[in-house]
Ligand binder design. Structure first.
Ligand code: G3I
Length: 392
């Protein structure tokens, strides 16, 4: 591609993004906020009693096509998000043709059922449309910044006033393996185009666009007791310290919690990490909880027990921390887990994973019982949690 074509395409894509809702245009109508739809004896009911909230990331196609799924989602969840719907690959698959229909469906459903909505994710190195990485690669810093501004302005602008918390950046720390940069950041097209300040910039742009949304940094691989994971926790805290000192408008930290059944978990080390996050004045969200059962026995009952036991150990620590606000699972039932699609997570015996609260038929499993019990037994930090939700 020639430079001029790159530049033209980049600007076309950016302009398409900007055109979605010109300044001053009326906000799209996502319908009125309905009465809370969840049942008092479900996970959200139990969570709410402690100032916590429970929810799930789900795909809009299920929402659109299954009445049973809609009923269960309404009954179980106080928090909702689309697992892919607000990603750039879905919203802007081609420059000039933004598609908000999947995300709109989630937003409408959540509002109608009195659920709190999360936005996921504004800046990520994955789920980029094919045309974006090469364009960022050739863009000047100013062009790249302009593109980011228009993208955030468009998507966060469209949903302004509907989203309680936004994952502004996702998975920005280098993962497993050699870390090439002293600051420990992951090398991504965003970092290459904008330098390490892209993170602060994304928060500032999101805050300008939707000042009332609680802005989050969402990060993976922070939960288990491995040296490389501990090193990531240290790097996350160090960066947060810098962000706070620079006045970056961050209010939340998202811990994904894609747990792996046979990976070690050290309650003490994790508790310390949560407390340190809390000391920055941040609210903490568990954003993508599921438990890979690859190492557990084939027998479904034994497997479900092992998964529930791990969940209990994890949530005992998590819910003790006053700064924890939400627990969100990545999918609500086993028929909708990404783990069967991923080569690292597929079970060797060919059976399907059972990582979520409900089974493939959407019937409650021990995971759900453990979840409800953990919320019921959690200490009552409702006052602190209410303060953090308000951003005070
Ligand atoms: O929609 C197309 C479909 O039309 C096509 O036939 C099919 C063929 O592969 O692909 C479908 O899109 C896939 C989409 O999931 C919906 O199933 C994409 O290829 C695939 O890349 C996408 O994967 C998602 C992944 O993020 C990348 O965006 C997973 O569903 C989603 O669970 C996963 O979620 C991430 C979080 O955002 C961040 N943390 C980790 C987590 C798990 O990887």
């Amino acid at each position: 591609m020639s430079m001029s074509l790159n530049r033209r395409s980049l600007l076309a894509g950016a302009a398409a993004a900007g055109l979605a809702r010109p300044a001053g245009a009326a906000a799209p109508d996502f319908g009125p906020v309905g009465k809370p739809s969840w049942s008092a004896d479900g996970p959200q009911g139990a969570a709410a009693a402690k100032g916590l909230a429970f929810g799930a990331a789900v795909p809009s196609n299920l929402l659109n096509h299954s009445a049973e799924f809609r009923r269960i989602l309404a009954r179980e969840c106080g928090v909702l998000l689309g697992n892919n719907e607000m990603k750039m690959a879905v919203v802007l698959p081609e420059p000039g043709r933004p598609d908000f229909a999947p995300a709109d469906a989630i937003v409408r459903f959540g509002r109608a059922h009195g659920q709190s909505l999360r936005g996921h994710a504004l800046v990520w190195h994955e789920a980029l449309p094919n045309w974006v990485a090469p364009l960022l690669d050739h863009a000047s810093q100013g062009q790249a910044e302009d593109f980011l501004r228009r993208w955030i302005g468009t998507v966060a602008g469209r949903y302004r006033g509907t989203i309680a918390s936004w994952d502004v950046v996702n998975e920005v720390l280098a993962g497993y393996g050699p870390v090439h940069r002293a600051d420990g950041l992951r090398e991504t097209p965003w970092l290459a185009a904008l330098g390490p300040d892209y993170i602060d910039l994304a928060f500032r742009l999101a805050h300008e666009t939707d000042p009332r949304a609680a802005l989050a940094w969402n990060e993976d691989s922070l939960e288990h007791a491995f040296d490389w994971v501990e090193a990531r926790r240290v790097r996350a805290l160090k960066r947060l310290e810098g962000m706070r000192a620079r006045g970056v408008p961050i209010r939340r930290f998202g811990i994904q919690a894609h747990l792996v059944g046979d990976h070690p978990f050290d309650p003490k080390a994790f508790r310390r990490f949560l407390a340190e996050l809390g000391q920055f004045g941040l609210g903490i969200e568990i954003t993508e909880l599921d438990i890979d059962d690859k190492a557990f026995p084939a027998d479904p009952a034994a497997r479900d027990r092992a998964v529930a036991d791990f969940l209990r150990r994890f949530l005992d620590v998590v819910l003790d921390e006053p700064a924890v606000l939400n627990v969100v699972t990545w999918g609500l039932f086993d028929g909708d887990t990404w783990l069967n699609d991923h080569p690292d997570h597929r079970r060797r015996d060919g059976l399907r994973q059972r990582p979520l609260p409900l089974d493939e038929m959407m019937r409650p499993k021990p995971f759900r019982e453990a979840l409800v019990a953990a919320f019921r037994h959690a200490p009552d930090h409702a006052a602190t949690r209410a303060r953090l939700r308000q951003g005070a």
